[in-house]
Ligand binder design. Structure first.
Ligand code: VGL
Ligand code: ZN
Length: 198
């Protein structure tokens, strides 16, 4: 399958933050392997003049998802901490749109759409198709993709630019199955073609 980029397309990079990389507070196994392919996507979208969005997990220190508050996770992606910064080797452009989520202590939000203005912002910009990759396949990527489909966007899942936490073996594969069953379309870099020149 080949897909040609066109106006109305946007790249959405989910949570490629230090705490989700090897050595981070909530390291996703091989999470760093999404960076090189995502940089390739970034370069394609920039060359095509298409917008790039990057979500970030952006928790207060007492967030409900942390073990001290009875949640499942160690503290991670605390607002303004080093661990919450985007991976330094991710080549996000100056004009990338940043979406901060799960910013309130009482509410977990795996999806970049939950509690944010992302959907209206995308609609205002005339975006119809989203190309989604990042971390982690079985949490924030999955929930973001499912919400994007529910919001009516066409979703391409960048299968060469996602990695899973895999708390239970197979979680990542099951998440991919669920996203595809819900209507996401799998895509890798080699499927992508640049816009037709006028
Ligand atoms: C995530 C677990 C906790 C994610 C965020 O970005 O997938 N996972 N918070
Ligand atoms: Zn989190």
């Amino acid at each position: 399958m080949t897909v040609r980029l066109k106006p109305g397309d946007a790249l959405l990079i989910v949570d490629v933050q230090n705490d989700f990389l090897p050595g981070g507070a909530l390291a996703v196994p091989h999470g760093d392997q999404v960076i090189a392919p995502l940089n390739d996507y970034i370069h394609r979208f920039r060359a095509a003049g298409l917008p790039i969005f990057a979500s970030r997990d952006w928790h207060p220190p007492n967030h409900c998802s942390f073990k001290a508050q009875g949640g499942p996770w160690p503290p991670h992606c605390i607002q303004d901490s080093e661990g919450a910064r985007f991976a330094p080797t991710l080549e996000l452009p100056e004009n990338a749109y940043i979406v901060s989520k799960a910013t309130r202590a009482e509410e977990e939000a795996y999806s970049a759409f939950q509690g944010t203005e992302l959907a209206p912002q995308l609609r205002d910009m005339g975006i119809r198709r989203l190309f989604i990759g990042g971390l982690a396949t079985d949490y924030c990527v999955k929930h973001t993709v499912l919400d994007a489909l529910n919001e009516g966007f066409t979703v391409y899942l960048l299968t060469d630019a996602i990695r899973a936490v895999d708390l239970q073996p197979g979680d990542g594969e099951r998440a991919i199955d669920e996203m595809l069953a819900a209507g996401a379309l799998p895509l890798t870099l080699s499927d992508l073609e640049m816009p037709q020149s006028p």
